[in-house]
Design a protein around this ligand. Structure first.
Ligand SMILES: [Zn+2]
Length: 132
C-alpha cells in the first residue's frame, strides 16, 4: 500500500514537471535562477538547514520545494507564483518566508517553514541591437 502511494506521488511529480515545461521554453529570456533557502523544522530541538537550488534553461520551470519533515502529507513550498511574478516584472531579486501547510501526524500545522532568497539572471537582449 505504502509503496504504491509512493510511486503514485513520484508519477504525479514527474507529470507536473513535464506540464510546467522547460525554463528555456517558458521564459526564454532567463539565463539562470538561484534559489537559496533556509529550512526550519520546528521541534524540541529545531533543525535548520541551508539549501541552494540552481535552475538552468534546461531545467523544468517547476518550483515546488518539498517539505523535508518525514511523514508530512501534501506539504511543501510552492515558489512558482513568487518566481512567475518576478519574471513578469523583470525583477532580479526577491526574498520572503513561507510556512508548510501540510499535515504531519501528531503535529498537524506549523511544523516547518522556509525563508528564501531568489536571484534571477536575465540574458542580454542582443537581438534588438542589430545594426542595419
Ligand atoms: Zn511539511
Amino acid at each position: 500500500m505504502y509503496r504504491q502511494a509512493s510511486i503514485e506521488k513520484k508519477e504525479t511529480k514527474k507529470r507536473k514537471r513535464r506540464e510546467a515545461g522547460m525554463l528555456s521554453e517558458v521564459y526564454p529570456g532567463v539565463s539562470n535562477i538561484t534559489i537559496q533557502m533556509k529550512y526550519v523544522h520546528k521541534a524540541a530541538v529545531p533543525i535548520i538547514m541551508d539549501r541552494t537550488v540552481n535552475v538552468f534553461p534546461t531545467s523544468y520551470a517547476y518550483f515546488h520545494m518539498e517539505c523535508l519533515v518525514k511523514g508530512c502529507e501534501k506539504g511543501g513550498y510552492d515558489l512558482t507564483p513568487v518566481i512567475k511574478k518576478m519574471l513578469k516584472k523583470g525583477s532580479k531579486a526577491d526574498s520572503g518566508a513561507m510556512k508548510c501547510r501540510g499535515k504531519n501526524g501528531s503535529s498537524p500545522a506549523d511544523h516547518a517553514e522556509i525563508s528564501y532568497e531568489i536571484n534571477v539572471k536575465y540574458k542580454r537582449k542582443s537581438a534588438s541591437k542589430k545594426k542595419k
